[in-house]
Design a protein around this ligand. Sequence first.
Ligand code: NDP
Length: 259
Amino acid sequence: MSVLDRFQLDGKTAIVTGGNRGIGNAIAHGLAEAGSDVVIANRDADSGREAASEIAEETGVETLAVSADVSDEDDVREMVEATVDEFGTIDILVNNAGIVLAEPAREKSAEDFRKTLEINLTGAFLCSKYAGEEMIASDGGSIINISSMSAYIANHPQTHVDYQASKGGMEAFKNQLASEWAEYGIRINNINPGYIETDIIANLLSDRPDLEEAWLDGMLQDELGDPDDIAPLAVYLASDAASYVTGTSVIIDGGYTVR
Ligand code: NDP
């Protein structure tokens, strides 16, 4: 088998939470280009359906759109059931859905703090728990969490202590789950992006345009990243090319965290 053959995902099924836009959408496209059928799972039904049919048209794989809030256990259970009904199996789960709430710590409500953890971290747990049962039943799979460089650093000069807590937690979550589920052939890895141009970043910059200059000052590469910079690593981690890779985290940040 050639090196490139090991990246092929033909016959696999992937769920990408938040696959309707941003980083999740680029990853969903990438997995489909590598041959995987793709389930787009997010809250907004219209954009989920649109993304799913666009990917099917462009790549020829089968797709499904499921409306689900990842912090709602019933929604997650139904998302997994719908996937298994349609495709019979789940081989790849990308826990990508996430939010940023930008209030400073002193103004942050407990409700907002909990909301960020519920979506960014509990959501990843719930999706892993239910999709993981299907992976265990079919001899394994690959779970990829979209964490952040924020797991390791304080972002400056903006403020989102709840986001930091959620992404820091995602590192420990990944380590433990990789350890518990290695025996089932499930690999669990994190991708830790830096500043990538999506709606999250656009929203932060619309309130505080000054942030961009501060971010660019801190980067080795003088530009924000693109969602397409993240997708190739997701394809690698999902595929047999990464069969000996589990419990790890990979930063993609244009050199921000080393400066
Ligand atoms: P976007 O705002 O473009 O996309 C966020 C996605 O998450 C949307 O698809 C949204 O779906 C989905 N989502 C949010 N809440 C829920 C929920 N409760 N249930 C289901 N889906 C939900 O952001 P990004 O693409 O930038 O972010 C994707 C991930 O990447 C996040 O986890 C983020 O923390 C991480 N990340 C992003 C970085 C960046 O610079 N952009 C840097 C580091 C990490 P819907 O449209 O239905 O609301």
